[in-house]
Design a protein around this ligand. Sequence first.
Ligand SMILES: [Zn+2]
Length: 355
Amino acid sequence: MLSRDVLADPVALTRALVDIESVSGNEADIADQVQHALSGTALKVERFGHTIVARTELGRPERVVLAGHLDTVPHNDNWPSRTEGNLLHGCGTSDMKSGTAIALHLAVTEPEPRHDVTYVFYECEEVDSARNGLKILADGRPALLTDASFALLLEPTHGLVEAGCQGTLRVLARTMGRRAHSARSWLGDNAIHKAAPILQRLLGYEARTVIIDGCEFREGLNAVRVSGGVAGNVIPDECVVEVNFRFAPDRSEEQAAAHVRDVLAGFELEVVDSAPAALPGLDAPPAREFLAAIGRPPRAKLGWTDVARFAELGIPGLNYGPGDPNLAHKQDEHVEIDKIVEGADVVRRWLTTGP
Ligand SMILES: [Zn+2]
């Protein structure tokens, strides 16, 4: 179990959490240890599967959420952790046990925050959204989250504030033809050739850049997969181009889908996956205070994160964590130790002294 000394030191705690194996689906052990660490505090602790929610009940006028996932992607010869100077290496160091460690460290060591705090440590972020612990909590017990006016998600941002997030939409564009022997191709109708105009339109597409609350969101509409073909001597009767649209938070999912339908008008389209974007939400007072504590301007989050789930619940949120997002899921994943120390200081200052 995590000792008092380890819980009191966010760097040692990061290392300890990394060294508890918790590839998605295998979070029982780490959840047990987090729950045990929290059970010695005044927090009200509840568990749902391998997701732990711990709430202060101090009667403060505002409540904020601090959230981190407990799982990692599969190891890649990069576990357990090792240190090298200022770097802590290993699977999960950046994404996102360093951030989760900051939240757990504060949950255990900060009994008097000036806002009430809901700490969420959740399972299965790195896999299908249906298994995501935060989604399951938001669907099943939303009241545990919706009394908060702001959420801080400690995903890797390299110590900057990343606001909101882009949405993502995947669409299949299908062309149909007629099979024939390729020696008598005039008897058939080549579905792969008919997909050329789809690629042409994507090639000529000019993606928008949108500035929202000072953050630059850069969209992208791209073919990410093409499938078709029967055999080396057969004219293909079907071709599918999979298209991914990453869209800025001034579009809803419906508007994003309508835009793709416009661009690819005339083709048979099927939306297979969609997740909404989240507005930066920098107007909420706790968000403004957090930005003041960081003292650096925010930038747009270009990936999709669970901040969007908070946005769906009406809770504005920011991403802030010590890890480098460019190292997430990579074999040489690591985190800078001084960034963990700085992150823990900044979040504690925000939670205790205010602007
Ligand atoms: Zn993550």
